[in-house]
Design a protein around this ligand. Structure first.
Ligand code: PLP
Length: 219
C-alpha cells in the first residue's frame, strides 16, 4: 500500500468532525510530500528541531502540530509557525509559550496533556492540576495562549478494556473542563492501534503515524 492509499482508506472511515494529524516523525520530506500531494495538510512531529527543518523546506499551507514533550528552551524555534502544541503539562511551559508567541504577535492553540496511562513513562498532568492551571491568574494573563482542549495517550497494551477505560476517563475530564472553558473544542486521543476505539469514546482529533507512513526505524 502507498502512503496515498493508506491515507485515503483511513480518511474514508473517519466521521466528518474528526481531524486527522499525520504523524510524520522520523520520516523523510519526500514521504511527507506524498501525503501532502494526496491532500493532507496537518502534520505532527515530536521533536522541535525536526519539525523546524521540515517546515523550512515544505509548503507553507501546512499546519504543524507539536505532539511530543516540549523543553522550554526550545519553544522559541517553533513559536513563529507552530499551529498547535498538544502536550502542555505545566504552568511554566505555558508561560514560555505565551512569551514566545507574543514576540511573533501570535496566539498559539495548546492542549493540556492529561496522564491517563498506568505506565510511569508517560508525561502529563492530573485533572485537578489541569483545573488549577485553567483557573490560574497566570493563564488569565497569557493572552497569547489559547488552551482549546486535552490530549492523552493510553497505556501500551493489547487490553482493549483498559484502553477504553482510559479514553472514557479522558473524555469525562474533557467534558467537565469544557463546562467552564467554552473555548474547548479539541480532544486529541487515538493513534494507529487505537484510533477507532478513541473515536467511539469521543475523540475528535487522532494522531496517526505508522498506519499512514509504515513502521518507524529509529536508527
Ligand atoms: C508517535 C506518536 C503517535 C503516532 O503513533 P503511531 O502508533 O505510529 O500511529 C501519536 N501520538 C504521539 C504523541 C506520538 O509520539
Amino acid at each position: 500500500m502507498s502512503i496515498k492509499n493508506n491515507l485515503q482508506s483511513i480518511k474514508s472511515t473517519l466521521p466528518e468532525d474528526v481531524t486527522l494529524v499525520a504523524v510524520s516523525k522520523t520520516k523523510p520530506v519526500s514521504e511527507l510530500m506524498q501525503a501532502y500531494d494526496a491532500g493532507q495538510r496537518i502534520f505532527g512531529e515530536n521533536k522541535i528541531q525536526e519539525m523546524v527543518e521540515k517546515h523550512d523546506v515544505m509548503p507553507k499551507d501546512i499546519k504543524w502540530h507539536m505532539i511530543g514533550h516540549v523543553q522550554r528552551n526550545k519553544v522559541k524555534y517553533m513559536a513563529p509557525f507552530v499551529s498547535m502544541i498538544h502536550a502542555v503539562d505545566s504552568i511554566r511551559l505555558m508561560e514560555e509559550i505565551n512569551k514566545q508567541a507574543m514576540k511573533h504577535n501570535r496566539v498559539i492553540d495548546c492542549l493540556l496533556q492529561i496522564k491517563i496511562a498506568k505506565e510511569d513513562s508517560k508525561f502529563g498532568m492530573s485533572k485537578s492540576d489541569a483545573q488549577s492551571l485553567l483557573n490560574s491568574k497566570s493563564y488569565a494573563e497569557c493572552t497569547n495562549v489559547n488552551i482549546v482542549g486535552l490530549m492523552g495517550m493510553a497505556t501500551f497494551t493489547d487490553n482493549k478494556d483498559q484502553i477504553k477505560s482510559e479514553f472514557d476517563y479522558l473524555k469525562s475530564c474533557y467534558d467537565e473542563l469544557k463546562s467552564t472553558n467554552p473555548i474547548f473544542n479539541t480532544l486529541s486521543m487515538g493513534m494507529s492501534g487505537d484510533y477507532n476505539l478513541a473515536i467511539d469514546c469521543g475523540s475528535n482529533m487522532i494522531r496517526v503515524g505508522s498506519s499512514i507512513f509504515g513502521s518507524r526505524n529509529y536508527n
